[in-house]
Design a protein around this ligand. Structure first.
Ligand code: MN
Length: 293
């Protein structure tokens, strides 16, 4: 991906800015919707990347993403449908299914692959997000977490899963390094729900399925709705049913640069990361680690 300086000032107060998402090609000619970063919106709290993939019916292609490096970020994988197998240079090998969370913190360097395991004829649908690591963590060791069960709120017509952070008294077990929240919110037909929010955070919503009214604005897949700061709650409703990902966090004050799979601070660090990967340096591929393909 192009080099993107990940700098955009958080709004000083509540807004409702709708940004169309872009298209990006990933492995196997597979096209995804890229909601972050966009020219007008680089960050939402520490969230610096949001890809929405599918729903796509898996045919001949397994939709594999081969071995590639990361640094300076955590990758967050969340599926609505389908199945993937994660492998990384720490030796992790982890299958992920809908409702489960893979949270990989790259620190100074890691490499991983994702193999499509969705059975032929079934759907793959999900999101992958990146969280920028703050200065005191970005050169630290890599780690990988898998969480089978996440907390949430479930009542007729309303399902809220806390992917990251704390929401409405429920906390995700995922380890985070900067204050943030990530939710999967599902509403049935004619449902309405008010989400309590941390007013010091900035927030954004991506509808992934159906139609939702976000603070009165009708929204559907294909656009990111940026909500700004100073919102203590958000009301969402739906006539026909819908699903969305809500992300938020304390404004991330550090200047960050996104280049390919790296989140760094400047061009020199970006060149160094590329060089280290080309040389298969221990930073990304420790020779003591088991081979990953
Ligand atoms: Mn990756």
């Amino acid at each position: 991906m192009a080099r993107v300086p990940a700098r955009s000032a958080p709004a000083r107060g509540p807004v409702l800015d709708v940004t169309p998402v872009g298209a990006a090609r990933v492995a196997d000619g597979f096209t995804v919707r890229r909601a972050l970063p966009r020219r007008t919106r680089r960050l939402v709290g520490p969230w610096c990347f949001l890809d929405h993939f599918g729903p796509v019916r898996v045919s001949a292609s397994p939709l594999d993403v081969g071995l590639h490096p990361h640094c300076g970020l955590s990758t967050v994988t969340w599926l609505f449908d389908g199945q993937l197998l994660h492998r990384d240079t720490l030796g992790s090998e982890q299958r992920i299914r809908p409702g489960q969370l893979n949270w990989m913190t790259a620190g100074h360097g890691i490499a991983h692959s994702e193999h499509g395991e969705t059975p032929l004829g079934q759907q793959l649908h999900g999101v992958q997000l990146w969280v920028a690591l703050p200065e005191h963590e970005r050169r630290g060791p890599a780690s990988f977490e898998h969480h089978e069960v996440l907390p949430g709120l479930h009542r007729p017509g309303v399902d809220v899963t806390v992917i990251a952070g704390t929401h409405d008294g429920e906390s995700s077990p995922a380890t985070t390094q900067h204050p943030l929240v990530g939710l999967d919110v599902r509403l049935g037909p004619e449902a309405r729900h008010t989400l309590p929010l941390d007013a010091t955070f900035e927030h954004a919503v991506l509808v992934t399925e159906g139609h939702l009214d976000i603070d009165g604005r009708r929204s559907e897949p294909g656009s990111l709705v940026y909500l700004g700061t100073r919102r203590a709650h958000l009301t969402v409703s739906s006539e026909t049913g819908g699903r969305m990902i809500l992300i938020g966090g304390a404004p991330f004050e550090e200047a960050v640069l996104l280049g390919w799979n790296f989140v760094v601070r400047d061009e020199e660090e970006l060149r160094e990361a590329h060089r280290a990967w080309e040389e298969r340096a221990p930073r990304f591929l420790d020779p003591r680690s088991r081979s990953v393909t």
